[in-house]
Design a protein around this ligand. Structure first.
Ligand SMILES: O=C(O)CCC(=O)C(=O)O
Length: 247
């Protein structure tokens, strides 16, 4: 379960790590399904870019609804849990793209920006294979300026933070074993290096928000969000600010 120390760290530092959030059998099932999904999509999509698989494939929606995962999310955002998005980001051995330093919140039209990302390790994630790196405490800075990413390594996102906002000397490596996860807040500065190792690094990110967060369908990013489905996975909808695809 998530501990009081996890909650303190998430609140004060903007991230925290929990071990063994999935039963071994559930992890095996998810890993086998993701392996097959990566193989099937490999002809037309890099494995870092498998965005929103839960929208197209109900099995991923089921994975995101795993009770042990939601039990960890609930103390962070409360009992009414909405799946906002998910993304498989797998860096193949010897050929895994870097993720530039960024803040997730600048890509989202949410009000308030109350959402938590659960980054589930499918493979072991280490410094060598490009585990996620975070800069603790930066989640309170609010949105910062991002610029077109021109580095030869950072190609998963088209934009990265202006270098003046990133103090790499303060970065923490989120090293995880399969079945562990990290949680991070929307404005936490984070990124990862490319994978030149001989081990794949696959993670499945799931982004959850409380039912009180409104997703703007006509906001500045409406080309992404006008038709983006939300799923109420646990609890009720007392706020009534969104429409849910599974209601
Ligand atoms: O998987 C990574 O290296 C980065 C993931 C990320 O940026 C995110 O989950 O918000």
């Amino acid at each position: 379960m998530i501990s009081a120390e996890n909650l303190r760290q998430y609140r004060e530092e903007g991230y925290t790590i929990c071990r063994n959030v999935l039963e071994p059998a559930a992890l095996r099932e998810m890993t086998a399904y993701i392996d097959r999904f990566i193989a099937e999509t490999s002809k037309y999509m890099r494995p870092e870019h498998l965005d929103k698989p839960h929208v197209w494939d109900g099995r991923f929606l089921k994975f995101c609804s795993t009770p042990s995962l939601l039990d960890h999310v609930e103390p962070l955002i409360g009992p009414n849990i909405v799946l906002f998005s998910s993304h498989i980001i797998s860096k193949a051995k010897g050929d895994g793209l870097a993720v530039p330093w960024h803040q997730d919140g600048i890509y989202w039209d949410l009000e308030p920006m109350d959402v938590v990302t659960l980054w589930l390790a499918i493979d072991e994630a280490t410094v060598e294979n490009g585990c996620m790196r975070v800069i603790p405490g930066t989640h309170t800075l609010g949105p910062l300026e991002h610029v077109k990413d021109t580095s030869p390594d950072g190609k998963v996102l088209d934009r990265g933070l202006k270098p003046e906002f990133v103090d790499e000397s303060k970065a923490v490596n989120c090293e995880l074993k399969p079945g562990d996860c990290s949680f991070h807040a929307p404005y936490l500065i984070h990124g990862s290096t490319k994978n030149t190792s001989q081990k794949r690094r696959c993670g499945y990110t799931m982004r959850f928000m409380p039912a009180t967060t409104r997703m703007l369908r006509n906001g500045p990013l409406s080309q992404w969000f006008a038709n983006h489905p939300l799923f109420l996975l646990r609890g009720k909808d007392p706020a009534g600010v969104n429409v849910y695809a599974n209601a």
